[in-house]
Design a protein around this ligand. Sequence first.
Ligand code: THG
Length: 367
Amino acid sequence: MFGISPSARLRPSPFFEATRAEGVTAFTTYNHMLMPTSYGHPEAEYWRLLNGVSQWDVAVERQVQLLGPDAGRLAQILCARDLSKCKVGQGKYVPLCNHAGSLINDPILLKLAEDRYWLSIADSNIWFWAGAIAAERGLDVEVSEPDASPMAVQGPKAEEVVAALFGDWVRGLKYFWFRETAIEGIPVAVARSGWSKQGGFEIYLLDGSQGTKLWNLVKEAGRPWDIGPGNPNFCERVESGLLSYGGDTDAQTNPFEVRMGAYVDLAVPDDVVGIKALRRIHAEGPKRHQLGVILEGETPTELGFLWHEIRQGNRKVGDMTNCVWSYRLKKNIGFALVGTDCQPGDAVEVVKDGQVLQGTLTALPFI
Ligand code: THG
């Protein structure tokens, strides 16, 4: 479509050269970085994730490090989920909210030590946020960006590849748990996580100068399982119902609207940012909720840059926040952020580029 002008503001991933060598054909921006979004064969990349193993540069999932005596307190103040039982080596999916209870990020929190936490963030600036909250509350904690860059290995064969590299202990890792280790002198942390429902791991590179070397080690180890390059797969994540903060949310979205209510603990202390608003929203009942929508028609279509209005009759009831051709369902599908009076089974119209498409609401996930 168009090129990208290099700039010191647009930070390269440590895996940038490796992905170029793999033939990357498209990028998106995320946390002021570039993330590969295609290697030119979307359907083959999808089936590789479903049936084999896929290697992703997800270094854009940056870490916000909280370090110091008050690191645990700051983590809890930022997160509307109870962290009191979180162990060293454990990760948790957590909603970060502002004072109004609106979602401002949905990171994975990693507890590295009693005085060291990482927030592995989605696309919004949490360094400023965490640093400001820490200073305003007078906490003894340093907020910084560590040298840590995740690479995902996803798919049903991912465990074989990661076990071949690191040993059989990785098979015993529980979901979102991780361990720090090294491979050929490269410091890494290995976690069972990743933005797909096909299973897999994330290898956090802890020395950004060794990205190409780590990429090639994983690629070499994956050869028997026919590993290949990929990226967070749009089709698979929509089919699987995984949330994209910023894509499927707007400035007013609260966690209850987007199926994150299970990760909110209303009993966390009153000093947790947004908890009072979240208790009120919960008591009143959220105004919107997230469902799926299946469009009629057999021609693959895409969302483009804007949300599409969802109507019932002449009334706007919400928005379609993503749209993709499902290779498994053979339909165009997407998420609907709609009023809580809308229910699965309801017929809706989706207004796309001036055209009105017929659709049906359904529960998430699709598959
Ligand atoms: N990897 C790392 N950091 C990240 C992401 C990642 N940070 C931003 C973004 N992705 C975080 N978003 C999600 C969203 C969903 C899940 C993981 C990260 C996820 N959810 C499961 C689900 O919804 O079914 C399980 C959640 C649970 O059971 O707790 O896996 O990809 N490093």
